[in-house]
Design a protein around this ligand. Structure first.
Ligand code: HEC
Ligand code: HEC
Length: 254
């Protein structure tokens, strides 16, 4: 009967191989603890695709088997990988957020926004934000390592939405470092930012501020001038130049 149907559909040539292999997707699943046990195979596979895309990983990130091997050779039911067990907790969390918490949003606008894996993960297995990631490297291994990390992440993820590569991220970090008394880190982060945003006037202005804080008048002056050359409306830069020039070219007032 089945053969006949396949022949009618013109799929006879595919039939022997398809029948010989373990089927993927299987007709039923043996180890579902969160998803409905009777979930349609299509729906399950779409859910799994959402996991993989949301985290920027392949099936083998959570399932036992060799990367690149045919899907029917993976042991999907096994819970050996920690990541699969974490994913279950995440799945429960997401269901809870959507069903319980968000249901309580007052006057919730429609259509509702549904939280998915990608909402937090943005294509990363560990959804740490860029400033937090760089902050950890900075604290552990210093400025050069943080700059290397920034370059590598930018090279790999720019445009993907995984990280916020706008100036703001480095500028904010630089200001926090300077406020915490680590002015050299601040300067390094701003120089890195200037490299990737050569048109920015704000970054050289802030660099000027940090050099000034350090007492490096020559570098401060050069930075304020650079800022003005990029953006002639930066009145604060003009004022600082006047202050510095005034202080160096005029005799002190009585
Ligand atoms: C981020 C981790 C993760 C990724 C990536 C992932 N899965 Fe899963 N998968 C799970 C979890 C968790 C379950 C169990 C869900 C439950 O208990 O309700 C599961 C269950 C399954 C099952 C059912 C197994 C059974 O018999 O109980 C299949 C089949 C499956 N996944 C296929 C895939 C495929 C195909 C991919 C790649 C497109 C994939 N998964 C990617 C986490 C993942
Ligand atoms: C509310 C934000 C949020 C959502 C939504 C979310 N996650 Fe996560 N996920 C996290 C955070 C934060 C971590 C890191 C936790 C830690 O280890 O500190 C994480 C970690 C993980 C990890 C472990 C990564 C590793 O290598 O340690 C997996 C796997 C994972 N999430 C899967 C999922 C899946 C699958 C979904 C969708 C069902 C999902 N997450 C939805 C925030 C989220």
């Amino acid at each position: 009967m089945r053969r006949f149907a396949l022949t009618v559909l013109g799929l006879a040539a595919l039939a022997p191989a398809a029948l010989a292999q373990g089927r993927f997707p299987p007709d039923s699943f043996t180890n579902l603890k969160v998803l409905p046990k009777n979930i349609e195979p299509r729906a399950l596979i779409n859910t799994m695709r959402g996991f993989a895309l949301g985290l920027g990983v392949r099936c083998t990130y959570c399932h036992v088997g060799r990367e690149g091997a045919p899907l029917d050779s993976l042991n999907f039911a096994s819970d050996d990988k920690r990541t699969k067990r974490v994913a279950r907790v995440m799945l429960q969390m997401v269901m809870h957020v959507n069903d319980e918490h968000l249901a309580e949003v007052p006057d919730r606008p429609t259509p509702h926004i549904v939280v998915r894996c990608a909402t937090c993960h943005r294509g990363l297995p560990r959804p740490r934000l860029l400033d937090d990631t760089l902050g950890l490297v900075l604290a552990d291994s210093g400025l050069d390592a943080a700059a290397r990390t920034y370059r590598a992440l930018r090279e790999r993820y720019y445009g993907s939405g995984a990280y916020d590569f706008r100036d703001l991220t480095l500028v904010d970090m630089a200001q926090n470092e300077a406020r915490a008394g680590r002015v050299d880190n601040g300067i390094g982060l701003l120089r890195l930012g200037a490299e990737f945003s050569p048109a920015s006037g704000q970054i050289p202005f802030l660099l000027g501020e940090l050099y000034r804080q350090k007492g490096d008048t020559a570098q401060a002056l050069a930075s304020y001038r650079a800022a003005l050359s990029k953006d002639s409306t930066l009145v604060f830069a003009r004022r600082r130049i006047a202050e510095i020039s005034g202080a160096t070219s005029q005799p002190p007032r009585p």
